[in-house]
Write a protein that binds this ligand. Sequence first.
Ligand SMILES: C[S@@+](CC[C@H](N)C(=O)[O-])C[C@H]1O[C@@H](n2cnc3c(N)ncnc32)[C@H](O)[C@@H]1O
Length: 271
Amino acid sequence: MIFGQWMMLSSSGLTDSRRSRGASIARLYNDLAYLWPIISPPGEYGDEAAFFGDVVQELLGPERHSLLELGVGGGHNLSHLTSDFNCVAVDLSPEMTSLSERLNPGVEHHVGDMRDIRLERVFDAVLVHDAVSYLLTVQDLEETFGTAAAHLRPGGVLMVAPDWVQETFPDGWVYEWDREQEGITVNIEEVMEDPDPSDTQVESTYTYTITKDGETTVEVDTHVTGLFPINAWIELMEDAGFEVEVRPLPPNEGGYGSWLFIGIAGQGASG
Ligand SMILES: C[S@@+](CC[C@H](N)C(=O)[O-])C[C@H]1O[C@@H](n2cnc3c(N)ncnc32)[C@H](O)[C@@H]1O
């Protein structure tokens, strides 16, 4: 499907019909948030975080820059950046924000939506890592790029790293892994599907088999995420005033890892 058709889908309201503002927090970021540090531990984010840090320092110079992460989650990625950057973090989920506050105690945190939060100040860099995958519509992307533009000084760097782009989405993919921490063992099975290829959304159904103190429970959690072609990311970032460059990301532990969309804020940015 070409990008023009995605735009038509969005303006016809088809993709928006399944979207519900504020109701999209998956169980993993809510009642099951305690699982996050077990199933996706901070140590697994080192390579990607180093890549993001290197991009900022390559483009802006080696000094200590300010960096805003939108959708910080448990702060696992951010924990590798706090020694080199002055960081501020935002996430929609109070539970995930608390996890990140514990892991990154010196960092200012805000509970908020990346589509409309306004901190009324600017940064040298804005990072929207895997949380950007939870944006479901063209309007969500437009609003989030608007947030990024509002928080960057002219020449500042936006980095956007979706888990998948339409060109590489592995429909029907099943991935299984095990993790253990402090006496809790978790087996995770993830099934990724695109139930309706005519919209911009896909689904990942996670089954967590949790064993603690000899007792096993099973929890199921469906995440609805967005899927857009590479050109959509580029064109929407350009529309928001960014000069865009695309680089491949290093593959990460889960087999994810697609592209990093880098935007340089124009002179008209909010700074
Ligand atoms: C995969 S987790 C991020 C994990 C993070 N990279 C880490 O290192 O721990 C995705 C996060 O996106 C957040 N999120 C989803 N939609 C959001 C939105 N509209 N605004 C802000 N955060 C959002 C969720 O609450 C969740 O914490």
